[in-house]
Design a binder for this molecule. Structure first.
Ligand code: SF4
Ligand code: SF4
Length: 442
């Protein structure tokens, strides 16, 4: 073990223990004895911003979380179905109009449906309803219409709730990225994209962002020293497991695959997000990181301002600059302030039309905000001209090379595709569960 004593300008002595390593088992034993120090990644980074030093002896487990659009999502379900008469096999299945893939089990003449639903699938009945909406409706125990076309060219519909589905699991093929990006539009035309809830305005006039910065799970363990196959996690609040690396995961751009039972999920952590290229699927992860080494602790202590945020041109999908997460999450509002009395009753309410969560609506002329549905994206604050919705969303400040020249730009953020407010709550909740023995980190 190697101790180094550093003398800081304030006259304090800091002891840095560079040789120290400990096993996950040792940390689990401390948790079981009620002696472990569990902190959220946000708490650690706040202490670092306040000038504190945190050593390996000061913290045992750090909780992290993210809530974001995660396209690489699918659900696997198996359930018996009420049919007017016996059928051989299902050929096509739709859940609330969202197409499912039948199988892989044929279930010949058993009256049982096995199916998969891709998170990016869209309803053939409503253009703004996708699998993300379907999964949330299911978890809310809403009745779902099941339409079946059989091998015998018969067709029938039935209604189910999640309680009627004994096997329903949500999987991620590439979730929980370590690296996200900010997007701007360098071109002179509007672009419809999954990276904006409305058409992306041209000429670098606005930016959209993803990622929860310092509390992102893989930012806190970028070398995957503690996260791997079998690691317990919370997906949409339900206990699940990491399966391994996700698709296209690499050493510099890791992501995870995993799964959890839909029956234990919290609808407020999931849902559908309407982009200008169609509905997308929202998923949340909370991950505990046992602080086993100085390398892990150093990653945890890295605050937003030192985490790189590549800036991409949404038209060409090429990197044109590099900002940091301090621009996104420091000195901003994590949710909008709602002042309905400021409403001017515009003939067409663009805030209602453009809200990606359908969280704003009118009731007897009055404007209503559904906080349960709201994703805290902030877009309404940039659309409403009368200050009904107010939020500071930050500014991307960096050099950007759109054309030949690299020029310093300040581009206002108009949409956040990650919900840091709920991610912080999830990290707090996971911390509570670990301390109270309701969640085992191994
Ligand atoms: S845009 Fe703003 S002021 Fe106009 S109707 Fe909507 S909420 Fe009211
Ligand atoms: S912040 Fe505004 S636009 Fe975004 S989800 Fe909430 S209500 Fe809708």
């Amino acid at each position: 073990m190697l101790f180094i004593f550093l003398y800081c300008p304030q006259g304090r002595t800091i002891k840095v223990n560079y040789g120290m390593k400990r096993s996950v088992e040792e940390i689990c034993s401390k948790i079981n004895k009620g002696k472990a120090v569990v902190m959220t990644a946000g708490e650690v980074c706040q202490l670092i911003r306040e000038g504190e030093n945190i050593g390996l002896e000061d913290v045992d487990v750090v909780t992290t979380a993210t809530r974001a659009i995660m396209s690489g999502t699918y659900a696997v379900m198996s359930f018996p179905i009420e049919a007017s008469r016996q059928f051989t096999r299902a050929k096509k299945i739709f859940l609330n109009g969202v197409p499912a893939f039948v199988g892989p089990c044929p279930n010949e003449k058993l009256g049982i449906l096995d199916l998969m639903v891709f998170g990016t699938s869209h309803s053939n009945l409503q253009p703004d309803y996708g699998a993300g909406h379907l999964f949330r409706d299911m978890v809310q125990q809403k009745e779902i219409e099941v339409s079946v076309i059989t091998d015998d060219n018969d067709s029938f519909t039935s209604a189910i709730t999640l309680n009627d589905i004994p096997f329903a699991r949500l999987f991620g093929t590439r979730h929980c990225f370590m690296n996200y990006s900010a997007f701007v539009n360098c071109s002179s035309k509007e672009v419809n994209t999954i990276f904006h809830a409305k058409s992306f305005s041209p000429d670098l006039s606005e930016a959209t962002v993803s990622g929860c910065g310092e509390i992102n799970p893989l930012k806190n363990d970028p070398l995957l020293e503690t996260i791997g196959m079998g690691t317990p996690v919370l997906i949409n609040g339900s206990e699940g497991f990491v399966i391994g690396n996700g698709t296209r995961s690499s050493a510099t751009r890791p992501n995870l695959s995993g799964f959890a039972d839909m029956h234990g999920m919290d609808p407020q952590l999931m849902g559908g997000f309407i982009t200008s290229a169609g509905p997308e699927c929202i998923v949340s992860w909370a991950v505990a990181i046992p602080v086993i080494s100085q390398d892990v602790l150093d990653a945890i202590k890295t605050p937003d301002s030192r985490i790189s945020l590549p800036v991409m041109d949404v038209d060409t999908r090429k990197p044109i600059g590099e900002a940091n997460y301090g621009d996104v999450w420091q000195d901003v509002d994590l949710e909008v302030t709602f002042n309905p009395s400021a409403c001017n009753y515009c003939p067409i309410c663009e805030a209602v039309n453009k809200c990606p969560m359908d969280a704003i609506y009118r009731n007897n002329g009055k404007i209503i905000l559904d906080r349960q549905l709201c994703f805290n994206c902030g877009l309404c604050s940039t659309i409403c001209p009368s200050g009904v919705f107010i939020a500071r969303l930050g500014i991307i400040k960096t050099y950007m090379k759109c054309y030949e020249e690299e020029i310093y730009r300040e581009v206002p953020i108009v949409l956040r595709q990650s919900d840091k407010k709920r991610a912080l709550k999830m990290a707090e909740e996971l911390k509570r569960k670990i301390i109270e023995g309701q969640f085992k980190i191994k």
